[in-house]
Write a new protein. Structure first.
Length: 398
């Protein structure tokens, strides 16, 4: 019986990793294609920032209702609609010919992105205690493989060989593959359905509780800031490479991929080690890596950007491991918890590139990284004080 349970758990982890990799690869291909396409269309820094971050606005508007829908109707059904819209949008993106139209398309994309990510995060959080902390990092690593490594590399290669149209259509094909795999991973049923009025009252009550939960707020804010740093780097790496250093756009894609490789290696390999170190020490290492990485990327020299890619990816991976473990220990319906977490982290993915675009217009592209430094200093001081007062949380490692 024990062997059977272990085999089932292993099979579930493999299927979940495959779904995460396919879904995030589609997102990675689409994102890098849109960012390069924006430069191709002659977009200014503000428009490039909007293309890279405006999809977060759609996610913010829909993420909390999505958590509620998942709890009521099940992750499989909600994921289906999110993947279907992703397929259709990428089919029509080649028709976009102006930066403003590209920004509009990115906004629509974001409206349904939460259907996919919240569905997967809900199932992940529901099963993390069974999967174990060490293997829990594999889920995040699978996502990072797609959106930060495989997706950008494949997208850039397709653009060079076949053009933008085929790159967008390839993203749609990956969404289709993810849709098929989701039928094997995501549960069909939701929770016990209750009347709409009672459900809304219950939902509002739980969200109020989450807002009062320091564990959730700290983890979500820390993750949101980490996401903002990786989103800024991914959004502006190509523009910095082409317009500041006058190098081929493939170098910028390589920078994004290096960031992705380090994030992947971190979440795959460092789970057990970070748990043994404890939250306080892990946060100190992660935030320290991010600060040094941002300062290096802000350096006018090309070497600094490469160092930044390495340390930003590593630091973001460290923070993600600790933040996801803290969330998994929080009581409550995981659909709404995942929705709440995605809301705050998506705010980082939206505000980071958008604010970065405005800063780049005024002070140059690399000033984007200076913008984030004081925020991480404040976060580090806050977490250091709070973790010292509360003591260390202990998580079981499976």
């Amino acid at each position: 019986m024990r062997k059977s349970e272990t085999t089932q758990r292993h099979d579930f982890v493999i299927r979940l990793m495959l779904l995460a990799a396919l879904n995030s690869s589609a997102v990675g291909i689409c994102n890098v294609t849109m960012n390069i396409y924006a430069v191709h269309l002659g977009a200014n820094p503000t428009e490039i920032g909007l293309v890279g971050g405006i999809s977060g606005l759609g996610i913010i508007l829909t993420v909390l209702p999505t958590g509620y829908l998942i709890d009521q109707w099940g992750a499989r059904k909600i994921y289906f609609w999110g993947a279907l819209v992703g397929i259709l949008i990428n089919a029509f993106l080649p028709l976009v010919k102006t930066p403003s139209a590209l920004i509009a398309a990115a906004t629509v994309t974001g409206l349904f992105m939460s259907f996919r990510f919240v569905s997967m995060n809900t199932v992940f959080l529901e099963n993390l205690k069974v999967i174990g902390v060490a293997k829990g990092g594999w889920y995040r690593g699978s996502m990072a493989v797609g959106y930060a490594l495989l997706g950008p590399l494949l997208g850039a290669w397709i653009i060079r060989v076949l053009g933008y149209t085929w790159a967008f259509w390839t993203a749609g094909a990956f969404f289709l593959a993810a849709l098929l795999v989701s039928r094997l991973v995501l549960p069909r049923q939701g929770g016990v359905r209750i009347r709409t009025k009672d459900a809304l009252i219950d939902t509002v009550a739980q969200w109020r509780g989450l807002l009062k939960n320091k564990n959730v707020i700290e983890a979500s804010c820390a993750e949101g800031l980490a996401v903002a740093s990786t989103a800024c780097f991914s959004t502006f790496a190509v523009a910095i490479t082409v317009r500041v250093h006058h190098l081929p756009q493939e170098i910028g894609v390589a920078l994004v991929s290096v960031q992705g490789v380090l994030l992947v290696l971190t979440v795959f390999l460092l789970g057990k080690s970070l748990v043994k170190l404890g939250q306080r020490n892990a946060y100190a290492i992660g935030i320290g890596a991010l600060l040094i990485g941002l300062l290096s990327a802000a350096n006018a020299g090309g070497v600094g950007v490469w160092i930044g890619a390495v340390l930003i990816g590593t630091g973001a991976g460290i923070l993600n491991i600790i933040n996801m473990n803290r969330l998994a220990s929080t009581e409550g319906k995981k659909g709404r918890l995942a929705g709440f977490f995605t809301l705050l982290t998506t705010t980082g993915s939206l505000l980071g590139p958008v604010a970065g675009g405005l800063v780049a217009n005024i002070a140059g592209y690399q000033a984007v990284f200076w913008m984030l430094v004081p925020l991480f200093i404040v976060l580090g001081v806050r977490l250091f004080i709070q973790q010292g007062k509360a003591g260390e949380e202990v998580y079981a490692v499976a």
